[in-house]
Write a protein that binds this ligand. Structure first.
Ligand code: GDP
Ligand code: MG
Length: 200
């Protein structure tokens, strides 16, 4: 498979829809040269959200570790020292967050798309992530505030964390026939080896 065929799942979460940031968010990925292949606008069920986050058996542990580290970096005390316990709380608050309104689920394609999309999106915690990323530019939420209020961190977007995660997530959210295989004119300047179709 050519690297340009890599795919990822991006979801604009309910806060992204309610903040009227659909156009802004899509533009960030579009202008990077990535290709939109599928979309779906609907309110997911709690079962679907739980399935989505538990697809990766390591997710609970990882999410807990990341959270605990986030607290410690700021010199703050985490709600628990057990990553699995923190992870389980996060799944519960995520179900409420992601089912609170419509979301826009999308499949995007392009070279290194998983990595590039995570870079454009920014880190999990808007408070500490870089300016210039979508989460850094448009939200102000933190582990401390979200956990204190017993809710999920509001960070506008879900984006797959690895190629394997992306493939599993895409299969959960889309049927193969809902994903478009097509060519964008700009792919010639992005990927073609010879660039022999430009001069008349
Ligand atoms: P992502 O890949 O950057 O979205 O982050 P994760 O996969 O680790 O976590 C999924 C989502 O759960 C995040 O985007 C946040 O909305 C939420 N979240 C993650 N960790 C925490 C946490 O420690 N506390 C709270 N309240 N929410 C969290
Ligand atoms: Mg994730």
């Amino acid at each position: 498979m050519h690297p340009k065929k890599e795919r990822t799942l991006i979801i604009i979460k309910p806060d992204g829809i309610q903040r009227s940031l659909i156009g802004e968010i899509i533009q960030r990925y579009e202008r990077a040269g990535l290709k939109l292949c599928a979309t779906k606008f609907f309110v997911p069920t709690a079962e679907h959200v739980e399935k989505h986050y538990l697809l990766d058996p390591n997710w609970l542990q990882n999410v807990g570790e990341k959270s605990i580290e986030g607290y410690k970096k700021k010199g703050e005390v985490p709600p628990s020292e057990d990553p699995i316990e923190v992870g389980k709380t996060v799944v519960e608050v995520l179900k409420k967050y992601i089912t609170s309104g419509p979301v826009l689920a999308m499949v995007w394609e392009g070279a290194h798309v998983v990595e590039i999309v995570r870079k454009i999106t920014g880190g999990t915690e808007p408070r500490s992530t870089d300016v210039g990323t979508i989460r850094g530019d448009f939200v102000i939420d933190s582990y401390k505030m979200a956990d204190g209020d017993k809710r999920a961190i509001r960070n506008l977007i879900h984006a797959s964390g690895s190629v394997e995660e992306a493939n599993n997530e895409i299969a959960l959210w889309f049927k193969p026939e809902e994903i478009m295989d097509y060519r964008l004119v700009q792919e010639q300047i992005i990927y073609d080896v010879n660039l022999d179709g430009i001069l008349e």
